[in-house]
Design a protein around this ligand. Structure first.
Ligand code: NAD
Length: 344
């Protein structure tokens, strides 16, 4: 799809961060945008933004985990602008802590939004998009996290790996219908996701095993401040849709990144290789490693000096910083090792 003029672009999570960037860029390319989001404060901001511009945009309050809400949002969208030409599934949340401390609520909330929200969007809109005919596209904001193992990111990583796999299935399945699919896999974005655990998480799903406090979330905010500008990211998505590209890692070093992240799967296939998985992170980093880290995170790891070829690697992430207990367990989780718990 090369031309977005008068196209209908439906974006979940479109009222903040990556989704708002996407709404702006597609609107500027001439599209009519539908912004579906659960947060009233975010929706009010974007409504004002598009009203002030006089651009065709429609906001819908939608919790992507609510299937009845999806049916109603689809009906409202069709009545307002028509069946989406482009569906962008971006809504997401995050919260981090030791895998072993994860509660049912942690899984249900993170996977409900990040995976369930994508499934609900696909099941709601794919039949309508097929029936409407013509050239169409589905994009989803996955994450670079889909390629990276993490001891403190279990629900988030599991959701993102699953979304990437789902999208590949749909990419293959939807080719005969002239519907393209793009999996956008950014690393750090300058967004508001850091406040989701305290402000977006529903009360009925708030029994967490993780330390979730203002201090820890503010540390997370300081990481996201270095992230990619959402408008820059949205341009990567737009170009990927124009080129019918399935996988979009929005980085110059995309190929090297995927190659190095997947090396661990090759290593795991033999006992000797498996040892390398533990050793590799302790090895000196190359100049390319440093460039990749800067591209991904917008910083060479929490303001530690950038890695230099031939010199010892800098301390591992967070090693020298007061993280406010970010990604640690709740102090009251009685089975987790003491060093993994946050004691303020
Ligand atoms: N921030 C990052 O560094 C980063 C990195 C990789 C991928 N991502 C992904 O990018 C996507 C967008 O996140 P962001 O970083 O722009 O965060 P953000 O918080 O700025 O925007 C996400 C939007 O999704 C909405 N949302 C949350 N739960 C929802 C629900 N149940 N129903 C409907 N809307 C809901 C929020 O209200 C918010 O407006 C997410 O899928 C996230 O996992 C983010």
């Amino acid at each position: 799809m090369k031309d977005f003029k008068n196209k209908v672009v439906f974006i979940t999570g479109g009222a903040s961060g990556a989704g708002f960037g996407q709404a702006q860029i597609f609107s500027e390319a001439g599209a009519k945008v539908v912004i579906a989001d659960v947060r009233d404060d975010h929706l009010a901001t974007v409504k004002k933004y598009f009203d002030d511009k006089g651009a065709p945009a429609h906001v819908i309050k939608l919790d992507v985990t609510d299937r009845k809400g999806w049916a109603a949002a689809a009906e409202e969208t069709e009545k307002t602008f028509g069946v989406p030409d482009v569906l962008v599934l971006t809504a997401g949340v995050n919260v981090f802590g030791p895998a072993e401390a994860t509660t049912f609520d942690d899984y249900d909330w993170v996977m409900g939004v990040c995976l369930g929200g994508v499934i609900n969007g696909l099941v709601t809109f794919v039949p309508k998009m097929i029936k409407a005919g013509g050239q169409r596209h589905i994009g989803a904001t996955v994450s670079y996290g889909a390629f990276v193992a993490g001891a403190t990111t279990a629900p988030y990583t599991a959701a993102k790996v699953a979304v990437l796999s789902l999208l590949e299935s749909y990419w293959i399945a939807l080719k005969p219908y002239n519907i393209g699919v793009t999996a956008l896999c950014p690393a750090n974005i300058n967004s508001n996701i850091w406040d989701s655990a305290l402000k977006t998480r529903p009360k009925e799903l708030s029994n967490t095993g993780y330390n979730v406090t203002d201090k820890g979330q503010n540390f997370l905010a300081s990481i996201h401040k270095n992230g990619m500008d959402p408008r820059v990211l949205a341009n990567w998505l737009k170009e990927a849709i124009e080129e019918e590209q399935f996988l979009c890692l929005p980085y110059k070093h995309a190929e090297a990144m995927v190659r190095s992240e997947h090396q661990r799967w090759i290593d795991y296939t033999t006992p000797g290789g498996q040892k390398l998985v533990d050793i590799r992170p302790t090895l000196p980093k190359s100049k390319l490693d440093g460039e990749i880290m800067m591209e991904r995170e917008g910083t060479s790891m929490m303001d530690a000096p950038p890695p230099v070829e031939g010199q010892e690697a800098p301390p591992v992430a967070f090693g020298n910083f007061d993280t406010g207990g970010f990604a640690m367990a709740n102090a009251n989780v009685d089975f987790v090792k003491e060093e993994k718990k946050y004691k303020a």
